[in-house]
Design a protein around this ligand. Sequence first.
Ligand SMILES: Nc1ncnc2c1ncn2[C@@H]1O[C@H](COP(=O)(O)OP(=O)(O)O)[C@@H](O)[C@H]1O
Ligand SMILES: [Mg+2]
Length: 263
Amino acid sequence: MSKEIVDKASAVLGPRIELKTIAQGAEAVVFSTRVHPYLPSGHEDKKYIVKYRPPKRYRHPSIDQALTKRRTLGESRLLAKLYLLEGLNVPKIIACDAYNGFIWEEFLGEELPEGYGFSNLKNFLWMYSAKDRNPHDDVVKRTLIRVGQQIGLLHWNGYCHGDLTSSNIVLENVEGSWQPYLIDFGLGSISDSVEDKGVDLYVLERAILSTHSSYADQYNAWLLKGFSDIYKGHGKIGQAKLKEVLSRFNEVRLRGRKRSMIG
Ligand SMILES: Nc1ncnc2c1ncn2[C@@H]1O[C@H](COP(=O)(O)OP(=O)(O)O)[C@@H](O)[C@H]1O
Ligand SMILES: [Mg+2]
């Protein structure tokens, strides 16, 4: 993690806000902090996420600023819209400084036991595929069905995620059961295209297959069950749309397979 980026973030946010680096991606750095961006102190029992898109030196400064502003605003707007959707779980957005590339949101999830890291779906499935645990546990089944339902809700309402990997789904323990939240809408969009939906489903299926291959078929079946539940809850129209999405999903799979055969 480059110290330069942390220094840059601190220079904009000021010395009051202590940052702990959580992740660094290609486009953004993600920090956590106990300081609320605008409320007076006294809220330190809560944690917040600060997502920062630092300037890219290889881009022309004015183009870079325009891009940063557009992406930060785009992600914030989408998050704010999704937050209002009944039943859909996404982090609550707290602040956005599009000019400087900052998004603040509530911190979701917790540390998993035994050093399995943070409670995203990937780590959760790792934990359950460890040898002395039962990967077919009801907890896994119930959780994956709920994850599928979240994706179903997102798609049914006309949105696509754009980067639906198992680390972009975090699990929050609510009264003893794991509730999935969809995060990282940097590539998300308002889209009712079956192609985008098929690709979302495919990306998640590949993510599960590549990290949890021994149980992937079962896991993916549970995810699809949850996804289908949502569509099936909308009568004949839901059924028809589900058929369309699943058939496109299958086409995307076949394309993916062809590509991997050619190399
Ligand atoms: N609201 C949040 N609550 C808890 N952890 C989060 C939250 N947002 C992001 N993270 C953590 O930071 C990581 C990277 O954040 P993400 O938004 O996915 O950025 P990137 O574009 O770098 O992938 C996530 O995989 C997750 O572990
Ligand atoms: Mg991510």
